[in-house]
Design a protein around this ligand. Structure first.
Ligand code: MEV
Length: 329
């Protein structure tokens, strides 16, 4: 039996603009998905999942395409729950050259699903790491990241960026521009996260920005300006000026708001954080609902968010410099 874990992430800067070739800076956070994998005697897969958004379910299935998972929850939930595990299992089988390996898989995640915190990437990265190790193969981190990216591409019908999987595999702060992903220096970042209990529709939100950008030159300029914030922000990160990073986050949120991807609850949480004295706050991920990220070394922002209308839960999660790691073997 092997247990591996991998972190979720927030976007310090650059979501949406990254779709048009601008750079972005995702950062791993101290919230993890843990995946336990145990090889079976047969070629079947049994998945048990526990998550902030899912009360827990178990499915068991074989390799036959005609064999539907036998489970008593909505089809979409099953797809969300096991799609990534299935793709991770395929990658682990491929990497270990063991096409018929069967597994019992348990997923425990502290990362809400579909809320902009990279939960699917964390599950996929940890699943591939644990699965390959269980089959006696130890992959370099870069290969875990590459295979997790391919797994996400498969589940998401060819629509995935490398940002989430690379960041989850390596940990720390990351710079992403097109296919180029690299780790960058960052000071300790006191992240506070507010979650409205919901999730935006990433495809729809990305399409909305695309339409605005095609219709209005100033919307295209707004996307480019987000790129400028990221380029400037990289220098500020290297200098370690956390207060200025906060200012840039505020600016970034304003531009995302202008592009129509914020929401009332996200704005309410952003303003509650700013009123509480956060150094800066912005939505993270696709928007439309889900999470905001603020910078505050004190308890004030978390406490204020707890009492903010529209905020379901708030928690502190610092920058996690550890990427995928083995928890038990
Ligand atoms: C979603 O987490 C981030 C977006 O930039 C989409 C993407 O990069 O694929 C909105």
């Amino acid at each position: 039996m092997v247990v591996s874990s991998a972190p979720g992430k927030v976007y310090l800067f650059g979501e949406h603009a990254v779709v048009y070739g601008e750079p972005a800076v995702p950062c791993a956070i101290e919230r993890r998905a843990r995946v336990t994998v145990e090889e079976r005697d047969d070629d079947r897969i049994r998945v048990h999942a526990e998550d902030l958004s899912i009360n827990g379910f178990t499915v068991e299935y074989g390799d036959g395409a005609d064999e539907a998972p036998d489970v008593d929850v909505a089809e979409s939930l099953v797809q969300a729950g096991i799609g990534y595990i299935d793709a991770a299992v395929e990658q682990a089988r491929d990497a270990a050259d063991a096409p018929d390996a069967g597994f019992d898989v348990t997923v425990e995640s502290e990362i809400p699903l579909g809320a902009g915190l990279g939960s699917s990437a964390a599950v996929t990265v940890a699943g591939i790491d644990a699965g390959t190790r269980e089959l006696g193969v130890e992959l370099p981190t870069e290969e875990v990241a590459e295979r997790a990216y391919r797994a996400e591409l498969e589940v998401q019908d060819g629509e995935a960026s490398r940002a989430d999987t690379f960041c989850s595999a390596t940990g720390g702060a990351v710079r992403v521009e097109g296919d180029d992903c690299r780790a960058i220096e960052a000071p300790e970042l006191p992240f506070v996260i507010g979650f409205d209990g919901g999730a935006g529709d990433t495809g729809q939100l990305v399409a909305g920005v695309r339409a605005l950008r095609e219709e209005y030159g100033f919307a295209a300029d707004t996307v480019e300006s987000i790129g400028d914030i990221v380029r400037f922000g990289e220098e500020v990160l290297a200098e370690g000026d956390v207060a200025e990073l906060g200012q840039l986050m505020d600016f970034n949120h304003g531009l995302l708001e202008a592009l129509g991807v914020s929401s009332r609850s996200l704005d309410q949480m952003v303003w509650a954080a700013r009123d509480a004295g956060a150094l800066g706050a912005k939505l993270t991920g696709a928007g439309g609902g889900g999470c905001i990220v603020a910078l505050d070394p004190t308890e004030a922002t978390r406490t204020a968010l707890e009492y903010t209308q529209g905020c379901e839960t708030a928690f502190r999660a610092g920058l996690d410099t550890d990427g995928v790691r083995v928890e038990a073997e």
